[in-house]
Write a protein that binds this ligand. Structure first.
Ligand code: FAD
Length: 425
């Protein structure tokens, strides 16, 4: 197999485009010999490892990742709807290794913030000068009564990509025409705020095309959701007979499930499903809790300038695990937070101080296999908080010509290719 790896120049060019590189003492940075450890090799962690090694080439960079390969969630809703192969979601760590990053395939179990070390399940420990945690999310099992890891094998969440994605896709393809698919959406915050509604659109397209007598019921713990007018416009024109949604004020929140009878229950009603997609409530990945960087909310408070934990200053946290609102929990955000965090760590280790920056996020959502919409936000991190920049960013227009939606679907593909190349390629 051949890999076309991005080189140091490509990665520095990617940073300069964000304005993050301004005035970094590159010469001093090149001499830094720190021990840098990153836990979690997803969009946040793998990007952080690559950019740290790029900015601090003499430092030792170790990435601890539980899995041998990474399955990306963005575009996995296309896999659920039978429009894409799961193999297109799979990425390896070979490029990171060839860049001089030590990739340890193991589960980080413990962090000692005082002694500054991470212990993995084999018992080995890794000392660090700076630690970045990017563990993504874990599920709050049993917060929906009856929904635990065993139940997820019958009522898949498919909210971590891989085997769960395939399971949901297979259940849909085996379902009889006339069947009922029920999806449960948790209360915010959760990974990828528009993700459930993109999935609903693509499942509805699958039903309309292959099983036209079937329908999708969305039981939603939220009343309002990301890109709502755009999704609702598409649903009423494309899938009027295939999607029914109950929001929180219509008692849509699922409180319990029974996998044996394939029932999802709200406070007032039981819904019988042929296929059930239960997206459970979420929190920061377990290692964040073990490291003492998660608070009572289950998520990790950070200093928005550097993404240093406000609870354990030598530990940085990026990606879905953080409290970084108004930035959403997205791969785009995780990747940019990783670059920012790597940049600020490089600055500090090179004897400089962190600088405020501007951050952005764009999330594309498919409405069908050929059309998409997007939302863009722009944020500042000065003054101790992340703020949206008023008047910047925005949403795709309502009532747009089909060509606009088709162009956005093409842009989404380019975005996916670019971000996965920057992270893994
Ligand atoms: P992850 O990417 O989940 O990476 C975490 C990594 O840490 C994993 O590889 C895990 O194995 C590892 N890990 C965890 N704990 C340990 C440990 N103790 N030891 C070792 N390794 C550990 N975002 C977008 O921007 N655009 C989209 O279109 C989009 N679509 C989505 C669609 C769906 C259906 C879903 C579910 C999500 C989507 N997202 C999208 C969101 C995106 O996938 C996440 O926001 C992103 O993956 C977050 O990156 P992360 O680094 O925080 O976590």
């Amino acid at each position: 197999m051949t890999y076309s790896y991005l080189n140091r120049r490509d990665l520095i060019v990617a940073l300069s485009g964000t304005g993050l590189l301004a005035a970094l003492p590159l010469k001093a940075a090149a001499q830094v010999k720190a021990r840098l450890v990153i836990v979690g090799g997803g969009f946040g962690g793998a990007t952080a490892a690559r950019f740290l090694k790029t900015l601090l080439p003499s430092a030792s960079v170790t990435l601890i990742e539980a899995n041998r390969e990474y399955y990306a969630c963005p575009f996995s809703n296309l896999v659920v709807a039978g429009l894409r192969e799961l193999s297109a979601q799979r990425f390896s760590y070979e490029a990171l290794k060839s860049q001089g990053i030590r990739v340890v395939q193991d589960h980080a179990m413990k962090v000692d913030p005082v002694g500054r070390s991470v212990q993995v399940s084999s018992g080995q420990t890794f000392d660090y000068d700076k630690l970045i945690l990017s563990p993504g999310i874990d599920f709050r099992w049993n917060e929906i009564e009856g929904y635990d890891e065993a139940a997820a094998e019958i009522m898949p969440h498919a909210w971590k990509a891989g085997q769960q994605t395939t399971l949901l896709q297979q259940q849909l393809s085996k379902m009889k025409d006339g069947g009922v698919v029920v999806m449960s959406v948790p209360p915010a915050p959760f990974r990828c705020p528009p993700g459930p509604y993109e999935r609903a659109s693509l499942i509805a397209q699958y039903l309309k095309t292959h099983k036209p007598a079937s329908k999708l019921i969305i039981l939603d713990a939220q009343d309002k959701f990301s890109k709502q007018p755009l999704f609702e416009e598409a649903w009423s024109s494309l899938y009027p007979d295939h999607i029914e949604r109950y929001g929180a004020s219509e008692f849509g929140r699922v409180v319990s499930v029974s996998p044996s009878s394939m029932t999802l229950s709200t406070e007032f009603e039981d819904f019988q499903a042929d296929v059930a997609n239960v997206i459970p409530p979420q929190q920061a990945g377990a290692i964040a809790h073990h490291a003492g960087v998660a608070d009572m909310t289950g998520w990790c408070p950070i200093d928005p300038l550097t993404f240093a934990s406000t609870l354990q200053p030598d530990i940085h946290v990026i990606g879905d695990a953080t409290i970084a609102s108004p930035m959403p929990k997205s791969a785009f955000s995780a990747n940019l937070q990783a670059k920012l965090c790597a940049m600020q760590i490089a600055r500090v280790l090179a004897g400089d101080s962190p600088q405020p920056t501007t951050l952005t996020n764009t999330c594309y959502s498919y409405l069908s296999d050929t059309t998409a919409v997007s939302i863009t936000g722009v944020y500042t991190n000065s003054g101790g908080a992340l703020h949206s920049v008023e008047g910047a960013g925005g949403l795709s227009p309502l009532d747009a010509y089909p060509i606009i939606r088709q162009n956005e679907a093409l842009q989404a593909k380019t975005w996916f290719r670019t971000i996965t190349e920057q992270t893994f390629g």
